[in-house]
Design a protein around this ligand. Structure first.
Ligand SMILES: [Zn+2]
Length: 261
């Protein structure tokens, strides 16, 4: 009888061990696989592929439903904080929705360190009316992506040579320039207030302005696609790191407001 009981105990131990092994090596890794299927993916595509303007765009997909946000840098190649901040944003982790990042919209201008890289001003080359068209190869290729992905929000990272609040200045440095829509104004205000909380010199504070200039990517996206769009301008008189941090912070506030960060 004792022998039988001992055998039964051994069998039970084997069953328990079996369950443990099955759970550890089969069930838990499968749970891991489920999590992986929902994880973020980043796809790199080429905008203006096959032309001298070819430039990468990153499509960061959280795998979960949510808003689509497009963030652009390097429309003007001499506005360094814009493309340097956009390069950081492309490595963001997001909780939901899609994040499209075009870090160097005008790659030739970025390489040359000039506003337009020898060609025409990219931020005047997008559609100016509801039925208008982009006016050059690069603006056409970028706007094609806007139409394809139809972002809910678009942030275009720029810089001004001087502070907007200085009376002597005709520059738009330190401003958020939005296309009027109620949601865009709310988020614009939130970003400007948050920036200004850490700036004590009054002429260095950010202003909330409208409208983005005619022919700009922000304005074209708003009028043709209904995008909540704005241009964010730091001032190149500040240290480069401060400017990059402000651009990244503005992107973070936008994504945070949308529940994506
Ligand atoms: Zn600019």
């Amino acid at each position: 009888m004792k022998k039988v009981r001992a055998q039964a105990t051994r069998s039970l131990s084997k069953i328990i061990l079996g369950i443990f092994i099955f759970t550890t090596f089969c069930v838990i890794p499968q749970l891991g696989t489920v999590a992986t299927a929902e994880a973020q993916t980043t796809k790199k595509i080429t905008v203006a592929s096959g032309t001298k303007y070819a430039t990468p765009m990153y499509i960061i997909d959280s795998g979960k439903a949510g808003p689509t946000v497009m963030i652009v840098g390097g429309v003007h190649g001499n506005e360094r904080a814009g493309y340097k901040a956009a390069a950081k944003v492309k490595d963001f982790n997001i909780k939901k929705g899609k994040l499209l990042v075009l870090p160097q919209a005008n790659k030739r201008a970025v390489a040359a360190g000039t506003r337009s890289g020898g060609g025409s001003d990219l931020n005047r080359a997008f559609p100016k009316t509801k039925s208008g068209s982009s006016t050059n190869t690069l603006s056409k290729a970028i706007f094609q992506q806007v139409k394809k992905y139809d972002p809910d929000w678009l942030m275009d990272m720029h810089e001004g040579a001087n502070y907007q609040k200085l009376k002597s200045s005709s520059s738009v440095g330190q401003s958020l320039i939005y296309y009027p829509k109620s949601q865009t104004r709310i988020v614009g205000n939130k970003i400007v207030n948050s920036m200004n909380a850490n700036i004590s010199t009054s002429y260095k504070k950010f202003s909330l302005l409208r409208y983005p200039v005619s022919g700009s990517l922000a304005r074209a996206s708003a009028i043709q696609c209904g995008t909540n769009a704005f241009i964010f301008e730091t001032c190149s008189r500040d240290p480069l790191n401060t400017r990059i941090n402000r651009q990244v912070k503005a992107a973070n506030i936008l994504l945070g407001h949308l529940g994506m960060k």
